[in-house]
Design a protein around this ligand. Structure first.
Ligand code: DX5
Ligand code: ZN
Length: 231
């Protein structure tokens, strides 16, 4: 399974606001619309005030979507608890929030030992500098552009300095923005230097998801310094 690496543009729909009674077909519809990967939001009702699904659902989804890259966005406390279950279910990338972990470094090590790629995320109130000690071990970060917990919220433009700071200092880092990202806000994300785009409602509820994804990709690629375009 090809891992999306480097700083090419990658678009991963969040299926949180999709018709979850048809999860596999909604995921397939997103892949058929030109997505690079799927961003699967896991919530535990503690780290965030909402619940979604866990590794048993991912395990059922895996055979229906062979070859599709699964990013698990783990909005949970004690993220190390679910590492083995997610690896066994067929997840590719395990992205957890440093605010939910007592020992992020150990969690990263466990994720890698389980055969997955590791990523770390921060909520809007967490300073970007908190990520710095971890960036020698991970090459994928999520900058939340809403308070995690729900799809369809308003994009927080004031998170863009975090993205800009990371891009200026870490040229090859995969920098993902998540929350309220769509055609109206993609320009700000792209100009700040984000290359991994999570978009939920804007893509899932679009009349033409293929065109929405194409447009966002174009904006991101046009904003990239040319040597960074590796597609
Ligand atoms: C929020 C989730 C996001 C969200 C994205 O807690 O992590 O992935 O569902 O959905 P939109 O794009 O609708 O904000
Ligand atoms: Zn998410």
């Amino acid at each position: 399974m090809a891992a999306p690496t480097g700083t090419c543009c990658k678009i991963g729909p969040s299926i949180l606001n999709a018709d979850l009674s048809n999860l596999a077909s909604e995921c397939q519809r997103m892949m058929d619309s030109g997505s690079d990967f799927l961003h699967l939001d896991v919530m535990d009702g503690h780290f965030v005030p909402n619940l979604t699904f866990g590794h048993p659902v991912v395990k059922c989804l895996r055979p229906k979507l062979p070859g599709v890259y699964f990013e698990m966005h783990m909005m949970v406390n004690n993220p190390e608890k679910w590492v083995e279950g997610m690896a066994d279910a067929g997840a590719d990338l395990y992205t957890f929030h440093i605010e939910g972990s007592d020992d992020p470094m150990t969690c990263i090590r466990k994720i890698k030992e389980a055969g997955m790629r590791a990523g770390v995320g921060i909520k809007p109130g967490t300073p970007v500098e908190s990520l710095l000690p971890l960036l020698k071990e991970v090459d994928w970060v999520i900058i939340m552009t809403v308070e995690p917990g729900f799809g369809g919220q308003k994009f927080m433009e004031d998170m863009m300095p975090k993205v800009r700071y990371l891009r200026e200092n870490f040229r090859t880092l995969d920098i993902e923005v998540d929350g309220g990202v769509g055609p109206k806000t993609i320009h700000q994300c792209a100009e700040a230097g984000a290359n991994v785009i999570v978009s939920g409602s804007a893509v899932v509820m679009s009349d033409d998801p293929k065109e929405t994804i194409r447009m966002m990709r174009q904006v991101v690629e046009e904003a990239m310094p040319k040597p960074l375009v590796e597609r």
